[in-house]
Structures are given as C-alpha cells and as structure tokens.
Design a protein around this ligand. Structure first.
Ligand code: MCN
Length: 765
C-alpha cells in the first residue's frame, strides 16, 4: 500500500471549516464556561519585585460581603504544592543540576517578581472577589531586586537566594570548545558581535481563564481551561501537585491563541484546585490583560556574544557563542526550549566544522520565561544571521553570496551539525535562488535610488534559516477514528488547535486517505478524560505527529473495513477493493458503503507512531524604508520562500506564515517588556504602552513554496507553525540595519522603534 500521498484539500475550496463558528462569535472559550453554584476567584498579587512577606492579614477580606474564603501561601505549603516540575533536567556543565527554587502556588515567605500570586480570594461574584482582594493586607520587607540578567551574574551582584550561588541557576554547553577556539585562532577573519534578543510576551487574544470543580466522591478535579493539549498540561499539574493524572480531567473547546504560552501548568490553576476542594464548590477565574502581562510566561530574552571565524575565501570555519538565557524568578515547567532548540540549530543552514556554545541561566526578579513561538529557534536564527550579515560587511561580500558559499550542500543531507543534530533534507540553494528572483534582488539598487530621491533610507534584508520542528516529549502520538452508521468518521486527538485550523487539516488528511468529502469527517480534540497518548500542539509538530497517525488510522480503517466487507460479501479480504467510501469486488455485484460497516455498532480503530524532528527551512527577503527625520520604519517588501515539505492546506500554511512573520515584525519594531532597573517594576503592562505590530506596519507578502519531501512522516510534511517568526526577525533586522548603514549606523538592537532609530541616526550625524 502506498502510504505517501499529496494532500491538497481536493474536496473543498481550501476554506477552514472552523471559521464560521470562530468569526460569528459562537466559539466557546475558557471564560465562556459556567456551572451551577460556581464561585469566583481574584488574586492578590505582589507589588514588589523582591520582598519578604512579613504578614498576610485576610480578616477584612473575609468579612467582605459575598466572600467565601481566602487562601494564602500557607495553604499551598500545607497541600505540598511547592515544586513546579521543569524540564531543565539534563546535567549541565560539569554535571551541574538546575537549581530550581521552590515555587508555592501562592507565594510563601518571599515574593520574587511583580505580579506573583500571594493570595486567592473567592466570593460569590467576580466583583466581590476583586473588591475583597483589595482588602487583603500584605506587609512586606523590601529586598534588593535584580531584573537585568547580566547584572544578576556580575561577581558583585547581591545574592538573591542562598540556594542559587552567584545567582546562577544553570550552566550548560554544547559542541567542541577546544576545536572551536583553535579554528578561531588560526582564521583569516573573525567577526565579533554581541546580539540582544528582547524579552517579549506572546499576547494571545484570549486571556487566561480557568474553572475548577472538585468531586469529593471520586477525588477528581475537572478543569475548563485554555490549553494547547491536555497531555502535557496534565503531566505538569501532576508533577506539581502529586494528584494522579487520572484524577485531572480537562475540557476545552476553542482556544484563542497560545503561541507556547498556553502549554504549561500555572500556579493559578493549582490555587483554584485548593479553593474548589476546600469550599466544595467550583471556582472560576478570568485573567485581566494586566495579569497576562505580569504572569503569563514571557519569551525570548537572550544575550549572545561571540565569534564567527572565516577562512580567506569567506568559508566559515568556526562559531562560538556565550549565551545568557534569562528565565526569570522561577523555572517554569516549559523552560528548556531556549537551550535545546538553540543548540539543535546553532550553526543554522551553514556548514561550520567547529562550533561551541555555553549557556548561563541567571536568577532574576522577573516573570518566568517559557516557550514562545519557536522557543529558541528564532533566537538562534537571529543571532547567526546577524553574524553572517556582519561578516559579509566586514569582508566586503554580497550577503546572499556569502550565504550560498557556506550552505550545507544539498547532497550532504542527512547532515550532522557540529552540535550533533542531524538535519534530514533540504535544498538551500534552490530556496535561495527562488527567493532572489521573487524579490528581484538584482533590482534593489534602483529601488534604493528611488527611495533616496524621496528622502528615505532603503535597506535590503535577507535571512536563510532552518529550524527543527519538535519531535515531542510524549512516548508516541496516538489517535482514534470512529465510524458510525451515517458514514461519518470522527477523529479523536489530544492535541489542541488554538487557531491553527486543525479541524480542517487533520480532517483533510483523513478525508483524503478515505477518499471521502471533508464534511464526512469530524475532528474532536481533547475529549474530557481522553486516555489517548500524544503531544500537545507545539514545536510545529502536529501535522508531522498527529497528522501522520491520522493518515495511518484511516488506512487501518480501510484494511479492517475490507475484512468486514469480505465477511458480508462472503469473499476473502484480498478480493475486496476500496475507493471513495465504498468496498467493491469484481466477484460481487454488491457494494458496501463505509457507514454500512457500522450498522450495528460504531467501528473504532486506533493508530500510533513516534516521529522525529523535521527541518523546515526558508529564505525571507525584505525591504525596509526609513524616514530619517522621524526614524519611522516601514516594511515595503516582504518575500518568503519556504520548504515545509508537502503542504496539506495552502491557505492555512500561508496564514501560518503571515501570523509568524507579523509576530516577528512585532518583536523587531516594537515589542519589549521593560523593567525598572532599580525597583524591578514592569514599566509596560498594557497594550497602551507595549507596542504590538499594527496592520500599517506590514505590506502584502509574496510567498512561494519550495518543498522537499520529508521521510519522517508518511505524509512527506514538515512543520510550518513557527517558520514565519524564525525567518522574519533576522530578515527585518537585516533590512533595517542595511538602511541605517547608509548613514553610518553600524548596530542597533531590537526593538527598532522610531525613537530608537531616530536617536541612532542622530548619534552618527
Ligand atoms: N500545515 C499544512 N502543511 C504542512 C504543515 C502544516 O497544511 N506541511 C498546517 C497544519 O496542518 C496546521 C498548521 O499548518 O493546521 C500548523 O501546523 P504545524 O506546523 O504542524 O504546527 P502545529 O499545528 O503544531 O502548531 C504549532 C505552532 C506553534 S509551535 C506555535 S507557537 C503557533 C503556531 O503553530 N501558535 C499559534 N501557529 C499558531 N497559529 C495560531 N493561529 N495560533 C497560535 O497560538
């Protein structure tokens, strides 16, 4: 049987089946869930970045009308809910183990970042809970905070916790240090650079919300919560609370964005468990946007400095980085991505024989960090691409040519990098050529001259990137397909779309394998209590993992169907053929429709598989125009050529690219979480002063596919969900710095806001 297939949505016009529900306001999000007798929670949050809790007085809050209970760190400690599991598990440098601080779900003893939950007030209305939360009196003794990661690691820095000497939470390394240093020493040219990647917040549209009900008879907790998939969340909640996984039941319908931030367990969910159990009533909490800014895991926040060494012909010979990964006040359950994914693609799309990276994770008094769209992939792509651009300037070579000269040759795949990853396949020169043509690279000088005539600085940017789409942590991906008498096929999965269109794409995969129309396939994600194994949606792996097993399950249904049809037809299964929803045989006049197999009872098949990483890659070429009088940047051209393997749904892939590119543009041109260095207070925690990308910033994109088929999956697919973000950041920075280079600005870190660009121009004038 041919398990390879091209999967264009042949039976509908490519539109997403979930959109009608989502855009007509009939979706059901976490805050839309209500149950009879529910109470409402509001959190009292730390207003100091670092302080000892002297006392918490709850008397006035308890006396407030409607209040049913107030819970504090003591309750969390009593329950034993003090240690969040995290994934910086592996031994670090010299066998070092991560020094993870205990994190009671409600602060106990100390607060370590502004916004940390100190108490939970529960009342019969959300308003009463919020009013009473203001009456909780917390006395603090202020301590010196540190919010800057480099300051935290400085030799004279105040010690933030005695369990973390030198404020160093974790240190690790990868690659061959001696070989790298030797190659750098004897290189013809060495480019030295330090690149900062700003701390940002993912900002899904739907703020966090959670409703928890406890059943004292069964000991089960039931959650309605925004999630990227139940399996990872359940494991993290169990590791934090020790409540067995089978006692934690999650239900979610629609999720309004996740970007990695909706994957992990958060302390608030566990505090609600304590309250729901103690009060014998379901408790609901809906986060405000300010709470999102303060407490939802942040992303990026890296400082990388090092050397890229070249021989006399412009070939890369070595790459060395010292990397500081700020992970905030506590290790969040999803903290490892930065280090793992950065290491996987340390040398990007280039053949670099020697490479070494050292990572240091400091303790700071800031919001914990987690995975954010790419989780280390955009971070490392940004860093290496900045180095390559800078090297091209220094040796006087065209930056596309320098890239082409150093690409991993197409015939060298599968390619083992200097840090030990194995890239499966790709056609890097092919992607580049297509992108250069699409963007009219050769015609740039004329466009720059036109801009100059209008008084504008125009820059040309390029990025050539690769990323490992995640293999996932679950032992396997598993789905179930049920067929009912109407011929409807229902696919059950434990990953969860947050806007990705999985109902369409997973449905398409099953419909195509069965040769039936998409309206005959239903996709059920995260059915409450589902025992299926699998990964959450993340690491751009759902299509590779869940998509592949959905395809295999459909093929299995056909095989089992043939056996059942053969019984009906009184034939051997080998005499039965299947096509387009019907079983037939040249030995019989009868045809049996799919639904007929389930006449008496629903037919169910399961399929599972374990799939490795795929390596989507691409080249994004951009042009940015800057008004030197105001510093205002404008993206005037955006061209993307990407290899995400076989495409299931072109419109969705394009949408994923758009979303990712715009998120990247957001980080390049505006987004940044800023803390006051002295007090540790966040200075921007609303969309009034946290600069999200707006429609006017981005022009129409031009994009093309350049697929090489992956063998990791029977579908030939690679991931795409993070690609836009990974490629756009380096390309847009490249274009902006190219424009600024014309007036002598040599370096600028993100965010490249109008004011920072304007000041950089003034500084060189
Ligand atoms: N797809 C396809 N053909 C391919 C690859 C993917 O048609 N060759 C489709 C998929 O079937 C799916 C979408 O594109 O509908 C993304 O697929 P995939 O690359 O497998 O990634 P995931 O579904 O696992 O999504 C995760 C990825 C990540 S890690 C983040 S973060 C992210 C992202 O996707 N968060 C998102 N895209 C997002 N999009 C929305 N709307 N909201 C988020 O929170």
């Amino acid at each position: 049987m041919d398990t390879h297939a091209t999967h264009d949505a042949h039976d509908h016009d490519g539109k997403r089946v979930e959109d009608f529900r989502l855009i007509t306001g009939t979706g059901k999000y976490a805050a839309d869930w209500n149950v009879p007798g529910q109470l409402h929670g509001a959190f009292v949050r730390a207003d100091h970045a670092h302080a000892q809790i002297v006392s918490v007085n709850t008397a006035k809050a308890l006396a407030h009308p409607g209040v049913k209970g107030v819970f504090t760190g003591e309750d969390a400690v009593r329950e034993g809910y003090v240690r969040a599991g995290h994934v910086l598990g592996g031994p670090g440098k010299n066998g070092m183990k991560a020094r993870a601080l205990d994190r009671p779900v409600l602060a106990h003893g100390k607060v370590r970042f502004v916004g940390e939950a100190v108490a939970l007030v529960v009342a019969d209305s959300a308003g009463a809970a919020a009013d009473a939360a203001e009456l909780v009196e917390v006395a603090y003794r202020e301590l010196q905070p540190i919010v800057d990661p480099e300051q935290a690691l400085a030799p004279d820095a105040p010690q933030l916790d005695e369990a973390v000497p030198g404020n160093l939470v974790y240190e690790s390394e990868a690659g061959n240090e001696a070989a790298t240093d030797a190659a750098i020493k004897s290189a013809a040219h060495v480019t030295r650079l330090r690149v900062d990647s700003t701390r940002v917040t993912p900002s899904p549209m739907e703020p966090r919300a959670c409703l928890v009900a406890y059943n004292a008879d069964s000991g089960e907790y039931r959650f309605n919560v925004c999630t990227q998939g139940i399996t990872t969340l359940r494991k993290m909640m169990t590791s934090w609370t020790k409540v067995p996984e089978d006692k934690l039941i999650f239900e979610a319908h629609d999720v309004g964005g996740g970007f990695g931030q909706r994957t992990p367990a958060y302390p608030e969910y566990i505090a609600l468990m304590i309250a729901a159990k103690a009060l014998g009533a379901p408790v609901k909490w809906v986060s405000s946007r300010v709470e999102s800014f303060l407490t939802d895991n942040h992303g990026r926040g890296n400082i990388a400095g090092g050397e890229l060494a070249l021989d006399k012909d412009g070939r890369f010979v070595a790459f060395r980085l010292n990397w500081i990964a700020d992970m905030g006040a506590y290790l969040s359950p999803g903290s490892a991505g930065h280090i793992r994914n950065t290491t996987t693609c340390l040398t990007g799309v280039y053949h670099i024989p020697a490479a070494y990276v050292s990572f240091r994770v400091p303790l700071t008094n800031t919001t914990p960090m987690g995975s954010y769209r790419g989780a280390g992939r955009p971070d490392i792509a940004y860093v290496i691409e900045r180095f390559v651009d800078q090297a091209a300037i220094e040796i006087g070579m065209d930056k596309a040519d320098l890239r082409r000269r150093n690409f991993i040759p197409t015939n060298a795949f599968p390619y083992k990098t200097a840090t030990g990853s194995v890239y499966e396949n790709g056609d890097l020169p092919g992607v580049l050529s297509k992108a250069l043509a699409l963007a009219d690279w050769a015609g740039f000088a004329a466009r720059r001259a036109l801009s100059a005539k209008a008084g504008k600085l125009r820059g040309l940017g390029i990025s050539t990137v690769i990323e490992g789409s995640g293999a996932g942590n679950a032992p396997k991906d598993e789905v179930e397909i049920r067929l009912d008498a109407s011929g409807t096929v229902t696919l059950y999965t434990v990953s969860k779309s947050q806007g990705h269109g999985h109902e369409t794409t997973l449905g398409t995969i099953v419909a195509n394998a069965l040769g039936i129309t998409l309206d005959k396939v239903k996709v059920v994600q995260c059915a409450p209590g589902s025992k299926l194994e699998g990964n959450h949606t993340g690491g751009s792996r759902t299509t590779v993992g869940v998509g592949s097993v959905s395809h295999l399950a459909a093929l299995k249904l056909i095989e089992e169907g043939k056996a059942l049809a053969a019984l009906e037809l009184k034939l051997e299964p080998s005499q039965v053929q299947y096509a387009k929803g019907e079983f037939k045989s040249s030995e019989s006049k009868r045809t049996i429709k799919l639904g007929e197999l389930a006449k008496t009872k629903t037919l169910s098949v399961m399929a599972d598989g374990k799939f490795g990483s795929t390596f989507p890659n691409g080249c994004h070429i951009t042009e940015v125009e800057i008004d030197p009088d105001t510093g205002a940047p404008k993206i005037v051209s955006y061209c993307a050529v990407d290899d995400c393997g076989v495409v299931i749904n072109h419109a969705i892939v394009e949408g994923q690219m758009h979303g990712g590119v715009v998120q990247g543009a957001g980080q390049v041109f505006g987004e940044q979480i800023v803390y006051d260095l002295k007090t540790g207070q966040p200075l921007n925690a609303s969309f009034m002063d946290y600069i999200m990308p707006r429609a006017g910033l981005v022009p129409e994109f031009r994009g093309e596919e350049h697929a090489t088929t992956s063998k990791v999956s029977p579908l030939g697919v690679k991931g795409v969900g993070e690609s836009g973000c990974t490629a756009s950041i380096p390309s847009l920075v490249s274009a902006t710095l190219d424009a600024l280079g014309t007036v002598g600005v040599k370096h600028l870190d993100m965010p490249m806001t109008s004011s920072r660009i304007w000041r950089a121009i003034q500084a060189v004038r």
